[in-house]
Write a protein that binds this ligand. Structure first.
Ligand code: 5AD
Ligand code: FES
Length: 375
């Protein structure tokens, strides 16, 4: 049998049912390099996206609520030691205005993201924001980092339905290499468990093309998503930020290879998990103008255009080359409409786009859960 036939067989097997391939096969998919093989991979993943998530791309307005951060991740542009950043935090009125803009544009979901802050004042502030925007009836995702289970529960009670917390890498050693010693990989995993217990739709994800990361690590990342039974995935290529220690150290792959790796991760994750929501991260667009459309064609089904007032966008730069710095929310929506039309897709206005994986899990009898047999 030729290598091409074997790839056909592998893609066919993966497309039949979730988790029908293992880590070695995932690694093989992530190591593909020939253009014709990559095209086959993306076509197969896109077909699973159509089958399991339907036509169309779910949309969330992204609010970058502030760049104050207590953490010092070695790769991140808003790390606390970066004194070159102008720090800001939006007040309640500004976040509410961004939420109203998202609603006006026809987005039924909103993501509120900021640096990681753990304090009672911040917890109360977010509670107030959530209660304030509740009448807009948006599906609200929070992406506010590691918190105690009690804080997650308070925000859930105040109206948040989903939470995104990237594990960054499922390899604890690699995690330790790109974070300061006080960051704990175990705590992050525990936070993901707490989020699940608290009733959120839970999202996680990783960066790919990190210095020292192997295809094996990325294959394990995808298996980790499955083991944690997450509902949503947001992942993208690592992009150095010049004011960070990681950028000063190890060299990175060329931009095109990092983009391709990001696309392979989307495709392999779609083929492994089938019905989860997968976002085409903005980092893809930072590497190529059509990066996000290519993400959708590789199996992603969620986009998160920015609705933050443009004056703050430069300050919320996690990596170099962040796109859409000057385009306001309406321009971004029109641009996305056009871009998606070029690939025969479109944004799903007026629908929240909840994870089908979450809906399927919630519909199962509780007994399945406690037996630990549900995968
Ligand atoms: N390149 C790519 N992604 C980054 N993030 C932070 N810094 C970078 C970077 N330099 C991602 C992390 C974080 C998310 C908000 O942004 O995965 O969880
Ligand atoms: Fe913002 Fe294209 S999505 S300008």
């Amino acid at each position: 049998m030729s290598a091409g036939d074997r790839l056909h067989d592998l893609l066919h097997k993966a497309s039949g049912a979730p988790k029908s391939i293992g880590p070695d096969e995932l690694e093989r998919l992530l190591s593909l390099e020939r253009r014709e093989d990559l095209d086959l991979l993306y076509e197969a993943a896109y077909a699973v996206k159509l089958k399991c998530c339907g036509k169309g791309v779910a949309v969330r307005g992204l609010v970058e609520a502030g760049n104050l951060c207590a953490k010092d991740c070695l790769y991140c542009g808003i790390r606390k030691s970066n004194s070159a950043v102008e720090r800001y935090s939006l007040d309640e009125d500004a976040i509410a205005a961004a939420a109203e803009e998202a609603k006006r544009l026809g987005y039924a979901s909103l993501v509120i993201q900021s640096g990681e802050i753990e304090s009672e004042a911040h917890t109360v502030f977010i509670e107030n924001v959530l209660r304030r925007i509740a009448p807009l009836d948006l599906g609200v995702t929070l992406s506010l980092g590691e918190q105690s289970e009690e804080v997650y529960a308070r925000w859930r009670a105040a109206g948040a339905a989903r939470y995104l917390l990237r594990i960054e890498t499922s390899n604890p050693l690699l995690y330790a290499a790109v974070h300061p010693a006080e960051c704990s990989w175990e705590r992050r995993v525990e936070c993901l468990r707490a989020l699940r217990r608290t009733g959120y739709q839970v999202g996680t994800g990783v960066m790919c093309a990190l210095p020292g990361q192997m295809a094996r690590d990325l294959a394990r990342d995808i298996v980790f998503y499955g083991e944690m039974d997450v509902d949503m995935i947001g992942m993208g290529p690592y992009i150095p930020h010049p004011d960070t220690p990681l950028a000063a150290g190890a060299p990175v792959m060329p931009a095109e290879s990092r983009l391709e790796l990001g696309l392979k991760m989307i495709a392999a994750t779609r083929l492994y998990l089938h019905d989860v929501n997968i976002a085409a991260a903005t980092a893809l667009q930072a590497l190529a103008h059509d990066g996000r459309e290519r993400g959708v064609k590789a199996g992603a089904n969620v986009l998160m255009p920015n609705v933050t007032e443009t004056r703050w966008r430069r300050a919320y730069r996690l990596y170099a080359g962040k796109p859409c710095l000057d385009e306001n929310a309406s321009l971004c929506r029109n641009c996305l409409d056009r871009r998606l039309a070029s690939i025969g897709e479109s944004l799903l206005y007026g629908t929240r786009g909840d994870s089908r994986h979450y809906a399927a899990r919630e519909a199962r009898p509780a007994a399945d859960y406690s037996s630990g047999q549900v995968q």
